[in-house]
Write a protein of this length. Structure first.
Length: 367
C-alpha cells in the first residue's frame, strides 16, 4: 500500500505544479528531504501526514489508497470524433481507468506476471508513410497473420500481453490505447461496425508499439494538419491499412478485377478483408493504384456498410473473455465483493450475472 501511496502522492504533486519544496512547506515538513524520502519509498507516510496531503491537494482519500482505480499513472490516447467534449472524455476515462486498474490488481492477486510490451517499431515521426506500411507488411509475415489479418489481429495483440477491452462507449468515442505501469490496454467501442473495430485495433497497436518514440496526443479529435501530432496519426493510419490489407494479397485481387464495377469490387473485396470499403479505397490510393480521376468517380454513399443493407450484427461480448474470466476467478475466490465488482463495471448485480452467462460462465454468487 505504501508503494501505491507514494507513487500517487508524487503524481498528484506534479499535476498540481508543485515542487517538492513547495509541497513540503504546505505539509509542514521541515525540509524537502522528508517528502523526497516518501516519494522514493525510503520512508512511510503517516496517517496524519496523508490526511494533510488530502486536504492540501484537494483530493479524496481513495485517490491515494484505492488500488482498483488509476490515479496519475495511466496514459491514454483516445480515438474520438471532434464532437467528443473534454468533459465526456474525462468521465469515460475515469470509468476505463477503473476497468484497467481492476484487471491489473486482480492479476496481482492471482499471480499473473506484469506485462510490458517488449516489441517496438523502428519508426519515428520522420519516417515515411512507405516505411510505416513496409513495417506493417513485415509484421503480417512475422506474426503469421495470414491472408485476412483482421481475423488474427486481436489474438496477436493479446499475445503481446495487452488487454483488449470491448466496451459500450459513447458514439463519439471509437477506442483508445492505454499505457499503465504493469500492463497495456486497447479499448474498442463494440458498437462500431466490424470493419471499423478492426481498423481501430490496428491503429491503437501502432501507438502501443511506438509510444516511447512517438507519444500520441491524449485525444485524436481534430489534430491540425502540418503538426507533429497529425504526422503520427497519418503514420498510424498507413500502418493500420497495410497491416489489414497486405499488398501481396491485395494485388492479385486488384489485377483480377477486370471490368467489374468499382463500387461492387470495393464492397466485395472489403467484406472479404473484414474492413470498410472506404478504408480499402484509401489503401488503393496510397498504393498508387487509384488515380485522382478514379476517385472522382467513386460515390462514398455507395460504400456505406460495404454496400449491404444495414443489419444488426452480433456484437463482441462485453469486456472480452480474458477480463471476465479473471473477474470470475476473483469473485469465486473472494478477492473482490460482488457489490464492488458491479460498482466498478457500472452494472446492476443482475446485469453482472448476465455478463457471466453471456460469456458461458457460471454465476459465482447467489442472486
Amino acid at each position: 500500500m505504501n508503494d501505491l501511496i507514494r507513487r500517487r502522492l508524487k503524481a498528484a504533486r506534479e499535476k498540481a505544479g508543485l515542487t517538492q519544496a513547495e509541497l513540503s512547506s504546505k505539509l509542514g515538513f521541515k525540509d524537502r528531504q522528508t517528502l523526497a524520502a516518501i516519494e522514493a519509498g525510503q520512508r512511510k507516510i503517516s496517517a496524519e501526514e496523508l490526511l494533510r496531503a488530502v486536504q492540501v491537494l484537494g483530493l479524496d482519500l481513495e485517490y491515494f489508497t484505492d488500488s482498483f482505480r488509476l490515479a496519475g499513472e495511466g496514459r491514454f490516447s483516445w480515438r474520438a470524433h471532434k464532437d467528443a467534449s473534454p468533459n465526456l472524455l474525462h468521465a469515460f476515462e475515469e470509468k476505463a481507468g477503473r476497468w484497467i486498474a481492476t484487471w491489473r490488481r486482480l492479476g496481482e492477486l492471482q499471480g499473473a506476471k506484469p506485462s510490458a510490451l517488449q516489441s517496438a517499431l523502428a519508426l519515428s515521426e520522420r519516417s515515411s508513410f512507405e516505411e510505416a506500411r513496409a513495417v506493417a507488411e513485415s509484421l503480417v509475415e512475422e506474426w503469421k497473420l495470414g491472408d485476412v489479418p483482421a481475423t488474427m489481429i486481436e489474438a496477436a495483440i493479446r499475445k503481446l500481453g495487452t488487454l483488449v477491452l470491448y466496451v459500450d462507449a459513447p458514439p463519439s468515442i471509437s477506442g483508445a490505447a492505454c499505457q499503465v505501469p504493469g500492463t497495456n490496454a486497447v479499448l474498442i467501442n463494440r458498437k462500431e461496425p466490424e470493419g471499423r473495430r478492426h481498423y481501430d485495433l490496428a491503429h491503437e497497436l501502432f501507438h502501443l508499439l511506438t509510444w516511447e518514440q512517438m507519444p500520441p496526443e491524449h485525444a485524436e479529435t481534430d489534430t491540425p494538419r502540418g503538426t507533429k501530432a497529425k504526422r503520427i496519426e497519418q503514420l498510424a493510419d498507413n500502418f493500420a491499412a497495410a497491416l489489414l490489407m497486405p499488398e501481396r494479397v491485395l494485388l492479385p485481387r486488384w489485377q483480377a478485377r477486370g471490368e467489374q464495377e468499382i463500387h461492387r469490387w470495393l464492397n466485395s473485396t472489403a467484406s472479404d478483408f473484414l474492413v470498410t470499403a472506404k478504408a480499402l479505397k484509401w489503401r488503393l490510393t496510397n498504393l498508387g493504384w487509384l488515380a485522382k480521376s478514379d476517385l472522382l468517380k467513386i460515390n462514398d454513399v455507395k460504400l456505406t456498410a460495404n454496400g449491404r443493407p444495414r443489419e444488426q450484427q452480433p456484437l463482441p461480448r462485453l469486456f472480452g473473455a480474458d477480463f471476465v474470466q479473471r473477474l470470475h476467478i476473483a469473485l469465486a475466490k473472494g478477492q473482490l465483493s460482488v457489490r464492488r465488482a458491479a460498482e466498478i463495471l457500472d452494472l446492476t448485480i443482475e446485469a453482472l450475472a448476465d455478463l457471466f452467462r453471456e460469456h458461458k460462465l457460471s454465476v459465482p454468487f447467489d442472486l
